[in-house]
Design a protein around this ligand. Structure first.
Ligand code: FES
Length: 109
């Protein structure tokens, strides 16, 4: 909401009124996966999909404010999103890979 991750089930509709909302559906553009989504796919960081939208939106907000996060900063950013399928190693690896890809894209732009 307005570029910051929120726990959507705890946000009242009146609080969201007039804000900009981006969901996981807004992460891909023209059907093309974003670098974060590609990294999650490449690292087998998704399975059931319940936690994945929260993980990716939390990671997106992290990488926007900190393009080169440490593993601890990644863990802090995804805290509160619980995955019971993959474990967290693949998710952390995916976010680290996405950070490298995004930094490379910025350098080559
Ligand atoms: Fe299953 Fe996250 S992929 S809970």
């Amino acid at each position: 909401m307005d570029g910051k991750p929120v726990t959507s089930c705890l946000v009242l509709a009146v609080e969201a009124d007039g804000t900009s909302i981006t969901t996981i559906e807004g992460e891909s553009v023209d059907g093309k996966l974003s670098p974060l989504q590609e990294a999650f796919k490449n690292n087998h960081a998704t399975q059931c999909g319940f936690c994945t939208p929260g993980m990716i939106m939390s990671a997106k907000a992290l990488l926007q404010r900190n393009p080169n996060p440490t593993e601890e900063e990644i863990k802090d950013a995804i805290e509160g999103n619980f995955c019971r399928c993959t474990g967290y190693r693949q998710i952390i690896d995916a976010i680290e890979e996405a950070a490298k890809i995004i930094q490379s894209e910025v350098r080559n732009a």
